[in-house]
Write a protein that binds this ligand. Sequence first.
Ligand code: NAP
Length: 308
Amino acid sequence: MFDLIIIGSGPAGLSAAVYAKRAGLNMLIIEKNPVSGGQIIDTYEVDNYLGIPGVNGFDLAMKFREHADKLGAEFVDGIVTGIEKSSTDEKGKTIFKVNTENESYETRTVLIAAGAHHSKLGIPGEEEYIGKGVSYCATCDGAFYKGKVAAVNGGGDVAVEDAIFLARFCEKVYLIHRRDELRAAKILQDELFGLPNVEVIWDSVVQEIQGEGKVTNLRVKNIKENKVSDLNVDGIFVAIGIHPSTEIFADIVECDENGYVIAGEDCATNVPGIFAAGDCRKKRLRQIVTSVADGANAVTAAQDYLIV
Ligand code: NAP
C-alpha cells in the first residue's frame, strides 16, 4: 500500500517525487517512457527556467531525474490503464487501485501528472507520412533535413523555436501560420524575423500533405484570399499545440471540454485523494516552472489530506 502514486515523470511528476520523498511518503512513480522528463526531453533549448538560461531540455530532464533518484524515489515502467476506487480505510477514506497493463497498485492518494502530447492536424497525408517527412519533434528529427527545405506549421513558442532550430541547417524553412500574428514570445519572434532563410507564410493552413513514398509537397490555403497553392518541401513539422493525456482519467475525475483535469492551485481534483499537476491540469500557463510548482503544491495538499 502506497501513500502516493505519481502517474508520469515529466517536470510535475519528478518535482512531486522530490517533495514526497522529503516528506517521508511511501511513493511510487509510474512512467510510460523509460526516459524521464516528459516533453522537455525533445526540447533543444530551455531559456526561461530560472537560474539555468539556455539549458538543453534533455540535460535538464536528467538533472530532475537525478534529483529524484538521489532521494530514493522509486520508479516503475508501465502504461496506466485506469484508476479505480478499491475500498475504504479505517478513517473512511478511499483506497485507490492504479492499474497498468500488467500490474495493479493500491494507494491512499494518486497524482495525475500524465502531461500532454502533440496535437495532430487531421488532414489527408498526415498519418500516411509520419516518419517519412511528417514529424512532431524538430529536435528529434531535424538533423535529417540538413540542406533541405522544411516547413513548420503553427505560431506558438514551439513552432517558432522549431523554425529557429531548423534554420541552423536547413536550406530554407517556411513557417506556416493561420493568422497574421504569432502567439510565440516576442524574444523568439525577434530572433525568427532576423533569420535570412526563414519565410513566414501568414493567414494560411495546410490542407493536404502529398508525396511519393515521402513528403514532397504541401497544399496550402491562404484563408484571407481563399487561394490554394503548392509548396514543395522535404518535410513538415507540426507544432500546433498540445492535447492533455487524460482520456483514461475522464471517468474518475472532472475534466473540462478540452480534456484538462479541473483542479485548483492545490491541485486537488473533485475526488478527494486524487490530485492533478502539470500540463494535464486546467490552468493559464503551461511551462516547466508551473509544472514544477504544481508538483510541490500537489504533494503538500496530499500530505494534508493524508494527515486529517
Ligand atoms: P500553443 O502555444 O498552443 O500554440 C499553438 C499554435 O498552433 C498557435 O499559434 C495556434 O494558432 C496554432 N494552431 C492550433 N491549432 C491549429 C490548427 N488546427 N491548424 C493550424 N494551426 C493551429 O502551443 P505550443 O507552441 O505547442 O506550446 C505549448 C505550451 O508550451 C504553451 O503554453 C507554450 O507557451 C509552452 N512552451 C513554452 C516554451 C518556452 O517558454 N520556452 C517553449 C515551448 C513551449 P493561433 O495562434 O491562431 O491560436
